[in-house]
Ligand binder design. Structure first.
Ligand code: SF4
Length: 685
């Protein structure tokens, strides 16, 4: 009770969350510019990766490594001098504490944060200046802040939320860029562990138990044995044995199998273990963090994380870890060859952390999730994945506690998914849900959306799996593009439903000489598959458009062949000359053969009512397709003075059920063109 009295009171506030760091920074800059900028108490929260100011830790690069190292240092600071610690005295590197984690300095940083609105970059600069950790310091500012700006993960994942000190009771939550909210919640609460990780965790935990067996309380020893047993059984389900190198054990029956949670527990023979208690033990004992110093027996890329070469100190740490392992062998752990660092220094993170996520996922209700057993190649490459089917169970807590939740986005259509799968399943009374859609800021004449039903040679446009590979379909698409590139200035972005189809069409056009014809008007760019090449392609694409518009001449810009749901369909803007015309080739339906999607469809059909005579699974497929379309075509209009045409190539877009899933501001201006001639006339204008 005393503790409750001492706890700082949380003032009424708005939690604003968005998907990416840059979207959050943009929002903070808008607050700074607004009339409220001067007298709003705002705090930006973020991950350690964006807020850590300890250069030595920051240099580790990967989020997991930064998290591991930071928590390890917190542990050093808080731990009492137990016998265990005395032994650890020798570990000079891992015993250090972070100089920025100082209560007084962080209190000072908190006060500074509340005086003036700051984005993440300004917060980091302040942390460096005041020698205080912005990651922890910003959390102290939450109770008094009126506006808390944070990434999705921190708000939507309950353990992360409570660790950060976020209290939603009677507060207002705004979830921006929410078009993928259902997928995001599903993703945050799904967990995958590989055979390598399971074996590595088993090896580390076994070493830990052998080393500290005499000092462990009987109850803790029991839990450790239970976890070891769980790991053993998980590897056995994948067709392997924890006592052998997972990368050398071939899997006899390859393939993907889906199980209900109960069936999985039963098949693994772990249905007699209370996973809730194991989960609580893991949380309280922080056992996964205690395994940092233990080296896995079987080295391999899946479990060893390479760190920055500059961090010379790790070489010493690695050597120490190796001697520790050799030492533990003497204590009775089964003998095995030590892991040799391969050129780069290697450092093992604790895979048990990831496995804890999987264990806690297994405590979901049987009907809300499935376990996917993926057996491929070796045991090390195989994996167990928890798939959450009902994201509403995790969203329900947010809705229950808050005064109001605003789910907002630029392309939220179709909204039925949110209403049914998220809100209604979370127990929200439909009468309390208010839908609001406002128009776009651009004048109606700045956008020309067209549904095109046939091409220049009257070939009907229908890109189904059966018809899209036909040469006449690919030829007709090419003719449409040639005509458009003749009249559209600047950049043309053409979206294909998949990488494979884009590659196939490209190869066909290369063979027929169409690419050469296109190249007289536009320089052709293809979306790269690798994320690190996207930036360069975009820079070249933009440069080419600029060069062409300045130089005049026959070449009028560039053509970008892109992929729906690929690297360029979200988060990248084709504003102004970068996208004067966006073309969508066919309808990007998801792959319904994917076992995960099939399971979700079956689950929806079992739990949801039919909507307007349609099976919920059918609605899901259409919604996934149209969400992807809306995201892609929304890339072209980015501000009030922007203008672009949008071409949807497939007569099926004209069907009312599909057409109504376009955003209202596009739908209102869409023209349906059965023939190419009249569409082309409109475009020429
Ligand atoms: S306490 Fe803060 S500054 Fe120090 S390592 Fe952790 S995140 Fe970085």
């Amino acid at each position: 009770e005393d503790d409750d009295d001492l706890e700082e009171e949380h003032v009424t506030k708005i939690y604003y969350c968005s998907r990416t760091h840059s979207q959050l920074s943009q929002f903070v800059r808008e607050v700074q510019k607004s009339p409220f900028g001067k007298d709003t108490r705002l705090v930006s929260l973020g991950s350690r990766q964006s807020l850590c100011v300890n250069e030595e830790v920051r240099r580790l690069g990967a989020l997991q490594l930064i998290n591991d190292r930071c928590t390890e240092m917190q542990k050093n600071k808080h731990e009492k001098k137990s016998d265990e610690d005395m032994e650890g005295k020798k570990r000079r590197v891992s015993r250090t504490v972070c100089p920025f984690y100082s209560y007084e300095q962080m209190q000072f940083l908190r006060d500074e944060v509340l005086v003036e609105v700051k984005d993440i970059e300004q917060l980091v600069a302040l942390g460096r200046e005041t020698k205080a950790c912005p990651y922890y310091g910003s959390r102290y500012a939450i109770p008094a802040a009126q506006l808390v700006v944070l990434p999705y993960q921190m708000l939507l994942h309950e353990p992360t939320r409570s660790a950060a000190g976020i209290k939603l009771k009677d507060q207002v939550v705004i979830i921006d860029e929410a078009h993928n909210l259902i997928d995001t919640i599903t993703c945050i609460h799904s967990a995958e562990v590989s055979g390598s990780q399971l074996c590595c965790a088993h090896s580390q935990l076994l070493q830990y138990m052998e080393r500290y067996r005499k000092r462990l309380k009987a109850k803790n020893l029991m839990y450790i044995k239970q976890i070891l047993y769980l790991l053993e059984r998980f590897v056995a389900v994948l067709g392997g044995n924890v006592n052998q190198n997972p990368n050398c054990q071939a899997v006899s029956q390859t393939g993907t199998v889906l199980k209900s949670i109960n069936d999985f527990l039963f098949q693994s023979q772990i249905d007699n273990i209370n996973l809730f208690k194991v989960q609580r033990y893991c949380e309280k004992s922080l056992i996964s963090r205690k395994l940092f110093g233990f080296v896995e027996r079987y080295g391999g890329p899946a479990t060893a994380v390479k760190t920055n070469k500059e961090n010379q100190k790790l070489a010493g740490l690695q050597n120490f870890l190796l001697t520790l392992q050799q030492g533990s062998d003497k204590d009775g752990t089964p003998q095995s060859p030590p892991v040799e660092p391969e050129g780069d220094q290697l450092r093992t993170a604790s895979p048990l952390m990831q496995i804890e996520g999987f264990l806690s996922a297994l405590t979901n209700a049987n009907q809300d999730g499935r376990v996917i057993l993926n057996r491929q190649g070796t045991v090390g490459q195989s994996s167990l994945k928890f798939l959450l089917l009902n994201p509403a169970v995790h969203f329900a807590k947010v809705v229950e506690e808050c005064r109001a939740v605003i789910i907002a986005g630029g392309t939220m259509q179709p909204v039925a998914d949110f209403r049914e799968q998220l809100l209604s399943c979370a127990g929200v009374d439909p009468a309390r849900v208010v839908e609001f859609s406002c128009g776009h800021v651009i004048p109606p004449e700045n956008i020309l959306p067209i549904i095109l039903c046939s091409g220049p040679s009257n070939q009907q446009l229908e890109f189904t799996y059966q018809t899209r590979d036909l040469p006449q379909m690919m030829d007709e698409t090419g003719r449409i593009l040639c005509n458009l590139c003749n009249v559209v200035p600047g950049g043309v972005v053409c979206f294909f439903p998949s990488y494979e189809y884009e590659k196939q069409v490209y190869a066909h056009w290369e063979k027929t000489g169409l690419l050469t014809r296109l190249a007289t008007k536009k320089k052709i760019f293809q979306e790269p598959k690798k994320a690190n090449q996207v930036e360069q392609v975009l820079v070249e694409y933009a440069k080419c458009i600029k060069r062409c518009s300045q130089a005049g001449g026959q070449m009028t810009g560039a053509l970008l062949l892109s992929v729906v749901g690929g690297k360029m369909s979200e988060g990248i803007n084709f504003s102004d000359d970068l996208g004067r015309c966006v073309i969508m080739v066919g309808m990007p339906y998801p792959n319904i053969k994917s076992p995960e999607l099939q399971e979700k469809m079956t689950w929806l059909d079992k739990t949801m009512p039919r909507a307007a005579g349609q099976a919920p699974s059918r609605v899901l497929i259409e919604n996934l397709c149209m969400k992807a379309v809306n995201q892609s075509i929304g890339r072209a209009i980015r501000h009030q003075k922007d203008f672009a045409s949008i071409l949807l190539l497939d007569h099926r877009y004209a069907r009312p059920a599909i057409f109504n899933k376009l955003p209202q501001w596009i739908r209102e201006r869409t023209q349906m063109k059965p023939a190419f001639g009249s569409a082309f006339a409109e475009l020429r204008k």
